[in-house]
Design a protein around this ligand. Structure first.
Ligand SMILES: Nc1ncnc2c1ncn2[C@@H]1O[C@H](COP(=O)(O)OP(=O)(O)OP(=O)(O)O)[C@@H](O)[C@H]1O
Length: 604
């Protein structure tokens, strides 16, 4: 599913055409927020922008993707373009460098160019460098060039990483299972994890030749995903294989890098586990958990009436909500929620996949409500607010905000009181009051990018007003609607009509199936066109969790709840390697240097 940018449309014109006024389109959101680290790129003409941002779908067809909707241009595509771009859209595209987000609309081809230049420089230099996808997060410190996550990268032969973050690391990562399980504590007892660690400690390095590629599971805009076995272990993985040459020529290196960096951060039951990442001369490979249950879009098609029961929906969306909350806490705005990207794991629980459209930004978790003491009186007496250190810093975005000046690392609510008094008060608080409420989500981040899937695009993205984490709550509302009703609420006859509907048409519910009041009320709260009035805008996922729709959900134990459906065990065919291409080779074959198996791949 190709990620595409779509031109910004003039909101007023959109409204005029749509003929309905449900949103205050002149509202441009909080004005105090600005985009950091502006792009240095020159103004780009709309067509040029689109040409670079969109790839001709015909060039990148994927013959074996089973889960695509009939409307396969679900992300922005050329057929969404108005015949003549409104002047505002053109203005938008000519924003001064200060106003542009570096990844905006993927229009920032210069940025990607830089990456690609850096890559080629690195390619020609020492081949033993090890890339560290996560080290860019430490950039603000200016010194941390080696992160504790280097062990996820098996080889740096031709790293896609920025030179400044990887060039100091050389040699094979000195990983052991100890450091690995520190990085991913939830995987300490995972057999697949242990198998990877075992092979790595035995052979020193992991590469393509350690895997048998059994079957292509699907392909996306930046690579193909293969079911693969770590040879001789009966441990199965989903391996995403990306052709680096193709990524560079299509200016997708940055997207691939973003996805890898985000995957390296994750350790959550409803998000993919990246077991390892390695590079060959031609390919960049991500080895992830394999989800045999397919995706929720395909699963929905198999339900009676092509929609899930409310009970099942509650389960799936609750898990997705937790995954989004975790991502936001890491400073990741997901931006691409849709049933196709929610995979079903072996145990029936979900796994959110596909992070190449995600945006990383700064977060400043903030305590907004203490359980037993009024925050204002804290501020008066202590002038301190509970704030946790930002988790990550993406050079390409975004202004965060902590609502008040903060003292980081730990609550110091009672500094003026004696130790004894403080202890007592804390004990009482712990007994009788709910947990403190902490915002750890980038609710104020703003990006000007134009990415997503038409039916799921938030109005503020379409209007080009800048967007933040509230876009994930909009998409969450559309997602909830689609699972319940079997269709999305604003779908028009074509992509362009859909965009108009999203911005201008009011939300309506079909008469059937009958859906509870609380479900409709939650959808109404989420699908508010103005992000600042949308549910969860201020306090993030907490607001949604407290909605009556989720009454009875045990958030802490949801991973132990029984899923609505457990996938049938997959018969893993012992297909003899190599996997030959089925539809004529599109991508290059792997040469002997890349793999002893001489595999051939289809790409894109
Ligand atoms: N961990 C996994 N387990 C099972 N199948 C997977 C897994 N990851 C991906 N797939 C399958 O491979 C397909 C391609 O996935 P991929 O993430 O590369 O692209 P995509 O979701 O189509 O979107 P995009 O074009 O934005 O990258 C998916 O549609 C899915 O069916």
């Amino acid at each position: 599913m190709a990620a595409k940018s779509v031109p910004k449309l003039d909101p007023k014109q959109l409204l005029k055409t749509a003929g309905t006024q449900t949103a205050d389109l002149s509202n441009h959101g909080p004005s105090s927020l600005s985009i950091l680290n502006p792009s240095k790129s020159e103004p780009t003409s709309p067509r040029k922008l689109l040409n670079s941002a969109y790839q001709n779908p015909a060039k990148h067809t994927c013959s074996n993707v089973g889960n695509q909707r009939p409307n396969h241009h679900r992300k922005g595509s050329l057929d969404a373009l108005p015949d003549s771009l409104p002047s505002k859209a053109i203005e938008n595209l000519k924003l001064s460098p200060e106003q542009k987000g570096p990844r905006s609309s993927e229009s920032n081809t210069d940025n990607e160019k830089k990456i690609s230049e850096q890559t080629s420089v690195k390619n020609s230099s020492a081949s033993a460098n090890i890339s560290d996808g996560t080290s860019s997060f430490g950039k603000t410190s200016g010194s941390a060039k080696i992160s504790d996550r280097v062990d996820f990268v098996e080889s740096g032969k031709s790293s896609m990483c920025r030179a400044s973050t990887s060039s100091d690391v050389s040699g094979e990562s000195s990983t052991g299972s100890l450091s690995s399980s520190i990085n991913k504590p939830h995987k300490a007892n995972d057999l697949r994890w242990e198998a990877i660690q075992f092979v790595r400690s035995r052979d020193g390095i992991l590469g393509l030749s350690h895997f048998r590629l059994l079957k292509r599971l699907g392909c996306g805009d930046i690579g193909s995903v293969y079911l693969s076995e770590l040879s001789g272990t009966k441990c199965y993985f989903a391996m995403k294989v990306m052709d680096k040459g193709s990524l560079a020529s299509r200016k997708k290196l940055l997207r691939a890098q973003t996805e890898r960096e985000i995957l390296q951060l994750l350790d959550h039951p409803f998000l993919p586990m990246l077991y390892t990442h390695f590079e060959t001369n031609k390919f960049s490979c991500l080895v992830m958990e394999f989800c045999p249950g397919g995706d929720l879009h395909t699963l929905r098609q198999r339900q009676p009436g092509k929609h899930f029961t409310e009970h099942a929906v509650k389960f799936y969306v609750a898990e997705v909500l937790l995954a989004l909350e975790y991502l936001h806490m890491l400073g990741v705005i997901y931006r691409d929620l849709k049933p196709e990207n929610v995979l079903v794991r072996e145990d029936g629980h979900i796994m959110l996949s596909d992070f190449d459209l995600s945006l990383r930004c700064v977060v400043n978790p903030t305590l907004i409500k203490s359980s037993n003491v009024d925050l204002e009186s804290f501020k008066k007496s202590n002038n301190q607010v509970y704030c946790v250190q930002p988790v990550c810093i993406e050079p390409s975005c975004i202004q965060p905000s902590c609502v008040t000046p903060t003292t980081c690392f730990g609550p110091r609510f009672f500094s003026s009181k004696s130790k004894k008094e403080r202890k007592l008060k804390l004990e009482i608080a712990n007994q009788v009051t709910p947990l403190p409420e902490l915002i750890a989500e980038p609710t104020d981040a703003r990006s000007m990018s134009f990415v997503g899937t038409h039916e799921y695009l938030a109005p503020e993205i379409i209007k080009g007003e800048g967007h933040g984490s509230a876009v994930d709550w909009w998409t969450f509302g559309i997602f909830l609607y689609e699972l319940l009703f079997g269709k999305t609420p604003f779908k028009g006859s074509g992509n362009r009509a859909t965009l108009f509907n999203v911005v201008g048409q009011p939300l309506r519910f079909p008469e059937s199936p009958i859906v509870s009041f609380s479900a409709r009320d939650l959808i109404r709260g989420l699908l508010v066109k103005e992000p600042q009035h949308r549910l969860a805008y201020k306090r993030g996922a907490t607001e949604i969790k407290q909605h009556p729709f989720f009454e009875g959900v045990n958030w802490a134990l949801i991973r132990c709840a029984t899923p609505p459906e457990i996938p049938k065990p997959v018969e893993i065919e012992r297909a003899p390697a190599p996997v030959a291409s089925t539809s004529g080779r599109v991508g290059p074959s792997i040469d002997p240097e890349d793999s002893e198996n001489f595999l051939e791949f289809d790409f894109f």
